[in-house]
Unconditional design. Structure first.
Lengths: 429, 307
C-alpha cells in the first residue's frame, strides 16, 4: 500500500487539505484547485495514512490525523435506562480502535449528542451531526421510532448509521447497518426450541403496544400456527408504561397456555414480572420465553422475579468463550464492576468495529464506497458473541441463544442455534 | 366461557375481584397526595410522580444499606424505610413550597409549568445520582409470592400489602383533615383564605405544611409501589396521568370523591381488561370518564368553596 514516510511531505503543505472538510458546498471550485495541487504534491510522497483527499471526496470531517464520528443515543429521558449500555459499549470500542491506531491511520474523534428520548430531537441532532459536523458515521438510536425519524435525514444527507437494537425488520437502507437481530432471527429459532424442549402446543402472546411487539407477534403467531401446528390462545398488548397486569395474568391462568411468549418493555416490564411472581406464576411450573429481557432489564426487574424464565437473545454476558471473557473484563474495567452487559450493549460494541472493517475494505470514508464494501458480503468481525458476518442486506448473520435466568440477574445459556441468515422481508408473513 | 370447570371460574372470579381491589388501592394511594395539594390548594403539581420516585429510591437505599451492614434486619427494613420515604418526600416538598410554589399562588397556570420543569430537574438529579438504569430493591421475603387459600387461588402478598398501606394512609388523611386542628386550619384556608387569615391562621404556614404532607404521601406511595413496579429516574411519570385522572374525576377537594373515583376507575378498568383487550379496556374506561366529566365538569363529588 503506502510506504512509511513522513506524514507532511517536504515542500508541500498539507494545510489546505485539513481545512477542506469543513468548507461549504459553494467553495467547491477552490477546493478542486487546492485538491489538484495537493494530489500533485502527494503523488510523490506521503505518510502511513493514505492522503485525506483519497479517503474523503465528499467533505466529511476527516483530517490527516483524525476522523470525526457521531454518537446519537438518549442519555436523558425515559429511554436513557436502555440506551446507556450501548453508549458505553460504543465508547469502549472506539477507545480500543484508537489504541490500535485508528481507522485508515486516523484517530476517531467522537461527538456525542443526546436524542433525549424524543424522536424529532433525534432527527434534528442527526441533521446537525451530518450537516454541521460532517461526521463520517453515526452510532446510535435504540427504539424503532427514533430510527424511523433519523432515516430520512440519513438518506437525504447520505450519512451512515450503525443501529444496535434487535428490531422488527421490514427495513433495509443503504445508509444503515443493523447490528442487532431482525425479527425472524430472534423469533423462529426460539419458538422451535421451546416447542421441541417443552413440548409446547399452546401459546399466550403478550407485548407492549407499539410497532416492535406487534410486528414480532404477528410473525410469531403465523409461525406457531403454520410451522409448529400449535395454537395461540391469547394475544394481548399493554399500553407503554402500563403498570397493572392483574387482569392479564388472570386471563393467562384461565387459558393455561404451555408457553407465555412476552415482549413487554420499559417500566412495564418490571411490573409485569413482579406481578407474575406475586400471582404465583414462576419458572418452577410455567414456561415463559421473552424477547425483551437482557441483563440490563434483569437488573431492574430483580433476578428473584425472573428465575427459571427464558430469554431469546443473540448474546448473554455469561457466554463462556475466551473472547467474551476478555470483552467482559475490558467493559467492567472501563465502566465499573456493576455495569451489566446486555444483548444491545454487545451489538453496540460491534458497530464501530464493523464500520472500521468496511472503511478499510473500501479504503475510503465516503458513504457510497463504505456502503458498497458493506454489501460485498466480505465484512466480518470476531465479536464477543462469536464471529458475525455482514450480509449484503445490511444485517448480520448471527446465532440465537436461549438463556435461563438465575437469581443473580445472569442467565445460563441453555441453547445455541446454528447461524441464521438475516431476512428482514420474510415472505408469507 | 365454555370448557372451564366451575371451580376454575370461581377461583378466577376471586382473583379478578382481588386484582380490581388491588388496582383500586394503587390508584387511591397515588391520588391521595395530589388530591390534598390540588384539592386544598388549587396547585397543579406536575412533579407529583417525582416525589413518588423519591420514596422508591429511599426503599432502594435502605435495602442496599441493610443488605450490606445489617443483613439480619432484612425482614424489617421495609417498615422503617416507608417512614423515611415519607420524611424525605415531606422535606423535599417543604423546600419546594418555600423556594418555588409560594411565589406562584396567584398564577395557577405558572405553577403547572414550574412544577413540570421541576419534575424534569428532579428526573435529571435522580439520573445523575442513581444512574440511568433501573434499580431493584431486594424485598423482604414476606412481601414476595402469594397466599393460597385454596390450591387454585393465588392472592398476591404485595397486593395485600399495598391495600393495607392505602387503607392506613387514607384513614390518616381523613383524621388529619377532619379531626386535627391542623386540618381545621387547612379547611378554613381552602374555604376562605382572607377570612382564615383575618382570624389569625397563618395561611402561609398552612400552605407549606399541606404541600409537604401531600408530597410525603406521594413518597409513601412510591415506596409501596417498589413491590409492584419499577424504580428508575422516570418511574414517576408512569403514574402522573392516572393520578390526575383519579383526582379530576373524583372532584377536587374531597377525599370521598378521590376514594370513589379510584374505586370506579379501577373496577371498570380491571373488569373491562379481562373481557376485552388491554387497550380496549382502557379506551372504554377513558371514554366513559370523558362523558361523565362532560355532564359533571366538577367531577363526581364537589366541595362547596366560596370563589
Amino acid at each position: 500500500m503506502f510506504k512509511k514516510m513522513p506524514v507532511v511531505p517536504a515542500g508541500c503543505s498539507a494545510e489546505p487539505v485539513s481545512k477542506t472538510s469543513f468548507l461549504p458546498m459553494h467553495k467547491k471550485l477552490t477546493l478542486a484547485v487546492t485538491g489538484a495541487l495537493f494530489i500533485a504534491c502527494a503523488g510523490s510522497s506521503f505518510g502511513a495514512a493514505p492522503p485525506t483527499d483519497k479517503v474523503d471526496t465528499t467533505h466529511l470531517a476527516v483530517t490527516d490525523t483524525e476522523v470525526t464520528v457521531g454518537q446519537l443515543h438518549s442519555s436523558t429521558g425515559t429511554m436513557a435506562i436502555s440506551e446507556t449500555g450501548a453508549i458505553e459499549a460504543e465508547k469502549l470500542a472506539i477507545g480500543q480502535i484508537n489504541a490500535m491506531g485508528g481507522v485508515l491511520g486516523r484517530k476517531i474523534k467522537l461527538i456525542q449528542e443526546d436524542g433525549a428520548s424524543d424522536w424529532p430531537t433525534f432527527a434534528e441532532k442527526a441533521k446537525k451531526l451530518l450537516e454541521e459536523n460532517h461526521v463520517a458515521a453515526i452510532f446510535g438510536c435504540w427504539t424503532s421510532a427514533s430510527r424511523k425519524a433519523v432515516l430520512p435525514v440519513l438518506e437525504r444527507d447520505n450519512g451512515l448509521l450503525y443501529y444496535p437494537t434487535f428490531y422488527e425488520g421490514l427495513e433495509q437502507s443503504k445508509n444503515v447497518v443493523y447490528t442487532g437481530q431482525e425479527a425472524t432471527q430472534q423469533v423462529f429459532a426460539g419458538l422451535d426450541w421451546v416447542a421441541k424442549t417443552k413440548n409446547a402446543k399452546t401459546f399466550y402472546l403478550i407485548g407492549s403496544d407499539y410497532i416492535w411487539p406487534r410486528t414480532t407477534m404477528k410473525l410469531a403467531r403465523k409461525y406457531i400456527e403454520t410451522v409448529l401446528h400449535g395454537s395461540v390462545v391469547g394475544e394481548e398488548y399493554a399500553a407503554l408504561g402500563s403498570t397493572d397486569f392483574g387482569s392479564t395474568i388472570n386471563k393467562i391462568r384461565l387459558k393455561k397456555p404451555d408457553v407465555i411468549y412476552a415482549a413487554v418493555v420499559g417500566g412495564s416490564n418490571v411490573s409485569w414480572f413482579k406481578q407474575l411472581k406475586a400471582a404465583g406464576i414462576t419458572g418452577k411450573d410455567h414456561t415463559l420465553l421473552t424477547l425483551s429481557v437482557t441483563e440490563d432489564e434483569a437488573n431492574g426487574i430483580g433476578g428473584e422475579n425472573l428465575v427459571g424464565f427464558y430469554s431469546a437473545m443473540k448474546y448473554f454476558q455469561s457466554l463462556d468463550t475466551p473472547r467474551n471473557k476478555e470483552f467482559v473484563k475490558q467493559f467492567k474495567a472501563k465502566w465499573g464492576a456493576d455495569a451489566p452487559i446486555g444483548d444491545v450493549t454487545q451489538a453496540g460494541y460491534e458497530g464501530p468495529w464493523i464500520w472500521k472493517a468496511a472503511v478499510e475494505k473500501a479504503g475510503s470514508f465516503d458513504t457510497d464506497k463504505v456502503a458498497k464494501a458493506e454489501e460485498s458480503g466480505q465484512i466480518s468481525f470476531d465479536a464477543p458473541e462469536g464471529m458475525v458476518y455482514l450480509e449484503p442486506n445490511h444485517h448480520l448473520k448471527t446465532r440465537l441463544r436461549i438463556g435461563e435466568w438465575r437469581t443473580d440477574g445472569q442467565a445460563d445459556i441453555v441453547y445455541t442455534s446454528d447461524y441464521i441468515m438475516p431476512n428482514p422481508f420474510p415472505t408469507g408473513y | 366461557m365454555g370448557g372451564y370447570s366451575i371451580s376454575d371460574l370461581w377461583s378466577i372470579l376471586v382473583m379478578q375481584g382481588f386484582s380490581g381491589l388491588s388496582l383500586f388501592s394503587v390508584l387511591l394511594l397515588m391520588a391521595l397526595g395530589l388530591a390534598i395539594i390540588f384539592g386544598q390548594m388549587g396547585v397543579i403539581n406536575m412533579a407529583h410522580g417525582e416525589f413518588m420516585t423519591i420514596g422508591a429510591y429511599t426503599i432502594y437505599m435502605f435495602s442496599k444499606v441493610t443488605e450490606q451492614y445489617f443483613p439480619s434486619l432484612m425482614p424489617y427494613y421495609f417498615v422503617v424505610a416507608i417512614f423515611a420515604a415519607f420524611g424525605f418526600a415531606f422535606a423535599a416538598g417543604y423546600l419546594v413550597e418555600y423556594l418555588l410554589i409560594r411565589h406562584l399562588y396567584k398564577r395557577p397556570l405558572d405553577t403547572l409549568l414550574a412544577t413540570w420543569g421541576l419534575s424534569l430537574i428532579m428526573q435529571q438529579i435522580f439520573r445523575t445520582v442513581f444512574g440511568a438504569r433501573e434499580v431493584s430493591a431486594t424485598l423482604p421475603d414476606w412481601l414476595m409470592g402469594s397466599w393460597k387459600p385454596t390450591p387454585d387461588i393465588d392472592i398476591p402478598l404485595n397486593g395485600l400489602f399495598v391495600m393495607a398501606i392505602s387503607i392506613v394512609v387514607t384513614a390518616a388523611v381523613v383524621l388529619f383533615l377532619y379531626r386535627s386542628s391542623w386540618g381545621l386550619k387547612v379547611r378554613a384556608t381552602t374555604q376562605n383564605r382572607v377570612m382564615a387569615g383575618s382570624v389569625g391562621i397563618n395561611t402561609r404556614k398552612v400552605d407549606r405544611v399541606t404541600f409537604a404532607v401531600g408530597c410525603g404521601i406521594a413518597g409513601i406511595a412510591g415506596a409501596t409501589f417498589t413491590t409492584i413496579a419499577s424504580t428508575g429516574p422516570t418511574s414517576g411519570s408512569l403514574y402522573i396521568v392516572d393520578t390526575f385522572l383519579v383526582v379530576v374525576f373524583g372532584g377536587a377537594g374531597s377525599v370521598i370523591g378521590t376514594v370513589s373515583s379510584a374505586f370506579s376507575i379501577a373496577q371498570a378498568q380491571s373488569i373491562l381488561t379481562f373481557f376485552l383487550t388491554n387497550a380496549m379496556g382502557k379506551v372504554v374506561t377513558l371514554l366513559t370518564i370523558i362523558i361523565i366529566l362532560m355532564m359533571r365538569p366538577e367531577g363526581l363529588f364537589t366541595s362547596k368553596v366560596r370563589k
